[in-house]
Design a protein around this ligand. Structure first.
Ligand SMILES: N[C@@H](CCC(=O)N[C@@H](CS)C(=O)NCC(=O)O)C(=O)O
Length: 229
């Protein structure tokens, strides 16, 4: 039986925009595991099994796992082929990429996409989304995102370490994608799913890496609803 996964969406069922859910979907595809995704919206916490509060939440038979890192670990334990987090050093580096993505890349992207997210979420999610995110950023979504040009420039500077790395190798994993690639790529899928803002110049090595991952697994990510990049 295929696994099922609760997957964040906007007003339309097809607009799957969670960076964490994208990590997990790429990880499942990496292992060749089938998953049926269930569209889930911010105010539907009661629908999540086992008291989970965030997505991705994965259900595999009788097992319910929340948190993308826990899910990657679980998948490696239960389905050891094509490991995601094998070896202490790979695991350690994936931890660093998680921390960098969540504490540096996501905040820089939030400046660019948070108002677009608000515009795409279901009507019933809007009040919750605005109130929770404005409390987080300390101002209105409009004020926080006002200067797109400056915010794109700041984002491009933020991801410079990624750019330097990808000048000399195709993936963070070297010549093939690793779970670390999916962690960072999830952030780019977050933006692509929800926002028309062009984050990267066409000749940026990061754009070439993003294209490779959009095409991976028969275009799993590239075929998903989103804006052209
Ligand atoms: N550490 C968790 C974070 C998951 C997370 O925060 N997911 C967001 C969607 S992108 C969520 O469910 N948010 C619920 C909310 O904001 O109420 C993971 O890696 O899975």
């Amino acid at each position: 039986m295929a696994m099922t996964m609760y997957d964040l969406t906007g007003a339309e069922d097809a607009r799957r925009f969670s960076p964490y859910c994208w990590r997990t979907k790429m990880a499942l595809a990496h292992k060749g595991l089938a998953v049926e995704t269930i569209p889930w919206r911010f105010t539907e916490t009661d629908r999540l099994p086992a008291g989970k509060k965030t997505v991705p939440t994965l259900i595999d038979g009788d097992t319910v796992i929340g948190d993308s890192w826990e899910i990657a670990d679980y998948l490696d334990r239960m389905y050891p082929g094509k490991p995601l987090l094998h070896g202490r050093s790979e695991r350690g580096l994936a931890k660093f990429l998680t921390a960098w993505t969540e504490s540096v890349v996501h905040p820089a992207l939030t400046r660019l996409v948070v108002l677009d997210i608000y515009k795409h979420v279901a009507e019933k999610d809007r009040a919750y989304f605005r109130a929770s995110r404005e409390a987080r950023v300390g101002t209105t979504l409009e004020a926080f995102t006002a200067d797109t040009e400056a915010n794109v420039a700041a984002f491009q500077k933020t991801v410079h370490p990624l750019r330097i790395t990808l000048r000399s190798q195709d993936y963070l994993g070297g010549d093939a994608p690793s779970y670390g690639d999916y962690i960072v790529f999830g952030a780019f899928m977050w933006a692509r799913s929800i926002s028309p803002v062009q984050l990267l110049a066409a000749d940026d090595p990061i754009a070439a890496w993003r294209s490779r991952l959009l095409a991976a697994f028969d275009g799993l990510a590239g075929k998903a609803a989103g804006y052209p990049v």
